[in-house]
Design a protein around this ligand. Structure first.
Ligand code: KG4
Ligand code: ZN
Length: 340
C-alpha cells in the first residue's frame, strides 16, 4: 500500500514579505509571496508598517497558496511557521495565525528557524537541482545574516563564521542608498554591475581574522569615496553608476570568496551551498560556478524563488520535523533572536 502523503502549510513572516506555501512531502505545490512595497520610500523596512501589511496580506496569501496547490484545508498534515529570527511584530502575525489554524484543524504545529530554512531549502525536490550530501558548508547571505555553517545533518549545524557587524545584504543595500538607489538596492547594484567594469574603482577589503566577516568599514569607505568624487564632479554617480556598482559587487564577492576558500581549507569539505537573498546575485552565482571548476568544489545554488524569503523553505524544514515527530504546543513563542 502506498504511504499517505504529508501536506504541510508553511507560513513565513519574519521581515517584510508575507509568504505561504503548500508542500506535498519534499515537493512544493505552491509558493506565494506578497512583497511589501510600502518600505521603498523609507529606504528600509519600517517594522510597524511591516506588521500591519502582514495582517492585511496573510489571509489572502494562505488562501491563494491552498487554491493554487489544489489542496483543501482538511487535507493538511501540519502547519509550520517561522519562529525567528526576525522582527517581533512581523513574527507574531505569522505565529498567531499558524497556532489558530493548527488548533482549528487539529493538526501538529511546527516552529521553524528561518536560518535553518535558508539552508535546508536545498532539500526541496526540484527538477534540475541536486541536493547536497552531508557534510557540506552552507553560506547564508541575506539582509539580516552572513554566516558560514558546517552542516552535518538536517538539524546538526555549527556556525563556524559570521559577521561582526553588518550583514552582506546590508552592505549592498546601504551602498545602494549612498548612490541614491531605492530600497532594497541589492538587486539594482547587481543589475547595473552587469554592464560595468569591476576593477574601475578598487575598494580595500577589511582585515578580519578567521572565518568572520565585517562589512561596516566597506560601507564607510564607499560613503567617503562618493562624497569626495561628488565634490569634484556633482554628476560623478550618474556618469559612473555601472562601474561603481560593478566595483562594489566585485569587492563584496571577493570578501565572501576569501572566507569560503578558508572554510574549505580548514574543514576539508568541498561541497558549498549558498542561501539567503544575496544568493540571487548573478555575480556570486557566476563566481561560484567558476570556482567549481577551478578548485574541484561542488556548489549548490538554490532555485531563484527559494533564495529570498519564502515559505517553501519553511515547509521543507516542517516536513523533516514532521518525519521526526518534532512538534510544538501552542505555548511556543516567537523569538527575534534565535541560535541555529
Ligand atoms: O533573505 P532575504 O530575502 O531577507 C532576509 O532574510 O534578510 O534577503 C534580502 C537581501 C536584501 O539585502 C537584498 O538587497 C538582497 O537580499 N538581495 C540581493 C539580490 N537580491 C536580493 N543582493 C545582491 N544582489 C541581488 N541580486
Ligand atoms: Zn531570510
Amino acid at each position: 500500500m502506498q504511504e499517505k502523503p504529508t501536506y504541510i502549510l508553511a507560513i513565513e513572516s519574519s521581515c517584510d514579505d508575507t509568504a505561504a506555501a503548500i508542500l506535498k512531502n519534499n515537493k512544493v505545490l505552491s509558493n506565494i509571496v506578497a512583497r511589501q512595497a510600502v518600505h521603498e520610500e523609507y529606504g528600509g523596512v519600517v517594522p510597524e508598517l511591516a506588521s500591519r501589511a502582514h495582517q492585511q496580506n496573510i489571509v489572502p496569501v494562505i488562501d491563494v497558496a491552498l487554491k493554487k496547490a489544489g489542496v483543501n484545508r482538511e487535507e493538511l498534515s501540519a502547519v509550520a511557521f517561522t519562529q525567528g529570527p526576525g522582527l517581533m511584530g512581523s513574527l507574531l502575525v505569522g505565529s498567531s495565525f499558524a497556532k489558530s489554524m493548527a488548533m482549528a484543524l487539529d493538526v501538529p504545529l511546527i516552529a521553524v528557524n528561518h536560518m535553518q530554512a535558508h539552508i535546508l531549502a536545498h532539500f526541496i525536490e526540484e527538477e534540475g537541482f541536486d541536493m547536497p550530501e552531508f557534510p557540506f558548508l552552507a553560506m547564508t547571505i541575506s539582509g539580516g545574516h552572513t554566516q558560514i555553517v558546517k552542516v552535518t545533518d538536517y538539524f546538526t549545524m555549527e556556525v563556524i563564521g559570521e559577521t561582526t557587524d553588518d550583514a552582506v545584504g546590508e552592505a549592498f543595500d546601504k551602498s545602494a542608498k549612498i548612490l541614491g538607489l531605492p530600497y532594497p538596492g541589492g538587486p539594482l547594484i547587481d543589475k547595473y554591475a552587469q554592464e560595468g567594469n569591476p576593477k574601475a574603482f578598487p575598494f580595500t577589503k577589511p582585515k578580519v581574522p578567521g572565518l568572520n566577516f565585517s562589512f561596516s568599514g566597506l560601507k564607510t569607505q564607499i560613503l567617503y569615496f562618493i562624497q569626495k568624487k561628488t565634490e569634484e564632479n556633482p554628476n560623478f554617480v550618474a556618469e559612473n553608476l555601472h562601474d561603481i556598482c560593478a566595483s562594489i559587487q566585485y569587492t563584496i564577492i571577493n570578501i565572501l570568496m576569501d572566507k569560503i576558500k578558508l572554510a574549505v581549507k580548514e574543514t576539508g569539505i568541498k561541497q558549498i551551498a549558498i542561501g539567503g537573498g544575496v544568493s540571487a546575485n548573478s555575480g556570486i552565482r557566476k563566481t561560484l560556478k567558476e570556482a567549481e571548476k577551478k578548485y574541484g568544489w561542488k556548489t549548490f545554488i538554490p532555485k531563484f524563488e527559494y533564495t529570498t524569503d519564502n515559505a517553501a523553505m519553511i515547509g521543507i524544514v516542517g516536513y523533516h520535523k514532521f518525519l521526526k515527530h518534532e512538534f510544538n504546543d501552542a505555548s511556543v513563542v516567537s523569538k527575534a533572536r534565535i541560535e541555529l
